[in-house]
Design a protein around this ligand. Structure first.
Ligand code: HEM
Length: 496
């Protein structure tokens, strides 16, 4: 995921420019370069971005000011911001081979190597073909019982919550959370959701729970991910060979991860099981009949682990934030859950009847797509919206912005799950809703994540009410994914 940060609450209201669609690839028209601020020699428009890391909102402002395809020069790099669904569709679906991951993912590769998220070309295609069958809707049903069991364990623990480290840290003098923390019934949802999604993905991949207890391996994953995120976001990063303390710490974390994954692979070779790792160990390419080598397998499972817990945890946290601020939506969700579950544990059939809960999930991912911003490197000159986008530049897609275009999403800041009623969905343009992106590189784990999120909201609502402790708005900060800029503390009440 393209790692960039921002922490402003909302961009300026969007003034969507209605222009004719001018995607005219293959014609001989002399296409103009897209408009943008005048660059200074050498540094380009870097000063405009300042150093406050609100880069998403800088891109949004730029797009507001210059329209459909906005150009900015960052040093020697040409960047083109696009958000209109038709342009997004062009990049992701119609001409995806021209828009690769390329150099924007270098920092992330230090940790995940050439796994599915970071690879390009033939390697990506071979691996996707090999892994896709394990993530079809039919295949992921296999994880349903484990997800229910893991979510139920979390909910049992909530009967006797222990104060979390993040809450303790936030409970400084004058903290609004101090009282509730002492009474032991306030949860920091960020922590809870991270523990849950880490438990689920580690059980799915390795058959081991890395979420419930913080330990050496989960710490190493957290630290290593934080390091590559920060490195990708910094304007200047020293080579890894420079022996800085943080470089040495990263090397240690990487060693812990590699030792753990190595042990799991060795175990998987000896003993067949239903874990994803075991399935991938035995997977054979349908054309060549070959299996993944050890390094590739390592890269893929580390990729799945990181892609699998962070994004889903953030989305669940935002969902709780939205639900706690919209009691009438919460009420409707609860009514559905009571009707569908009828007081017992969910079954697989129930999942397909949780239509409103699923719409809450969809609307959460619209307002807070974890991947708010993602970059693609342009392989060959192309034309988007009637403008020339030359090879070597970066196209910057911003799902956060695409999901807020007033022409597509009336009153875009309003939290309204009914935007996802089937008749409303059918009327929207293709690639207007892209939390998992669209096209061949669509998120491999989308069905897995949707099942996990729907179950988590429904099962928690069945047993508890989660109530906001303050009406302070929480802003978004983009640190590899769209995170709340402060811990989300909710008060927990058991339902009578
Ligand atoms: C709400 C949760 C999730 C969201 C919003 C999400 C979103 C995304 C997005 C936007 C991408 C494209 C990234 C890019 O092109 O730069 C992606 C790719 C990917 N995601 Fe997810 N993801 C989620 C959960 C998961 C889970 C649970 C897994 C694994 C079990 C997963 C595995 C992957 C993989 C392997 C890719 C790379 C696919 C490829 O390029 O072929 N994701 N995800």
């Amino acid at each position: 995921m393209f790692l960039i940060s921002f922490n402003r609450l909302h961009p300026k209201p969007l003034t969507y420019r209605v222009t004719s669609m001018r995607t005219q690839i293959g014609t001989d028209l002399p296409f103009a370069p897209p408009p943008g601020p005048r660059p200074l020699p050498v540094i380009g428009n870097v000063l405009r971005f300042g150093n406050d890391k609100n880069i998403l909102f800088h891109f949004i402002d730029l797009w507001n000011e210059y329209g459909d395809v906005a150009h900015v020069k960052l040093g020697s790099l040409h960047v083109y911001v696009v958000a209109d669904p038709e342009h997004v569709h062009h990049v992701l679906v119609k001409n995806p081979n021209n828009y690769i991951k390329g150099t924007g993912y270098t920092g992330f590769r230090l940790l995940v190597g050439q796994g599915l998220v970071t690879s390009d070309g033939d390697l990506w295609w071979r691996q996707r073909r090999l892994m896709q069958p394990s993530f079809t809707p039919k295949s992921i049903v296999h994880y349903f019982d484990m997800m229910v069991e893991t979510t139920a364990r979390m909910l049992d623990r909530w009967e006797n919550p222990t104060p979390s480290p993040a809450l303790a840290a936030s409970a400084a003098p004058n903290s609004p959370y101090t009282h509730s923390q002492q009474s032991g019934n306030t949860l920091v949802m960020d922590d809870e959701m991270t523990r849950l999604t880490m438990s689920i993905i580690s059980k799915a991949i390795f058959g081991v729970d890395l979420g419930e207890e913080s330990g050496e391996v989960s710490d190493a994953f957290h630290e290593a991910f934080a390091f590559v995120t920060e490195r990708t976001m910094s304007a200047f990063a020293l080579p890894m060979s420079v022996p800085l303390p943080k470089h040495r710490q990263f090397a240690r974390s990487l060693q812990v991860i590699d030792d753990f994954v190595g042990r799991q692979i060795a175990k998987g070779r000896q003993q067949e099981s239903n874990t994803l790792l075991s399935i991938l160990l035995r997977a054979r390419d349908e054309e060549t009949g070959t299996a993944m080598n050890e390094k590739q397998l390592r890269d893929e499972v580390v990729t799945l682990f990181l892609a699998g817990f962070e994004t889903t945890a953030r989305s669940l946290t935002w969902g709780w934030y939205l639900l706690s601020r919209h009691p009438q939506v919460m009420e409707q969700l609860r009514a559905e859950v009571d009707t569908v579950f009828g007081g017992r544990r969910p079954t697989l059939d129930d999942l397909f009847r949780l239509n409103y809960t699923r719409r809450v999930v969809d609307e959460t991912l619209r307002l807070y797509p974890p991947t708010a911003l993602l970059g693609r490197q342009i392989v060959a000159d192309d034309v988007i919206g009637g403008y020339r986008v030359p090879a070597g530049g970066i196209v910057m897609l911003a799902p956060y912005l695409t999901h807020r275009l007033p022409t597509v999403w009336p009153d875009p800041e309003r939290f309204d799950p009914d935007r996802f009623l089937p008749e409303a969905v059918a009327q929207r343009p293709k690639s207007a809703y892209v939390p998992f992106i669209s096209g061949p590189r669509v998120c491999l784990g989308n069905n897995f994540a949707l099942m996990e999120m729907t179950l988590a909201f429904a099962m928690a609502a069945q047993r508890y009410c989660l109530i906001a402790t303050t009406d302070t708005e929480i802003s978004a900060a983009f640190r590899g994914s769209t995170c709340p800029s402060q811990p989300l503390a909710l008060q927990l009440l058991s339902r009578a």
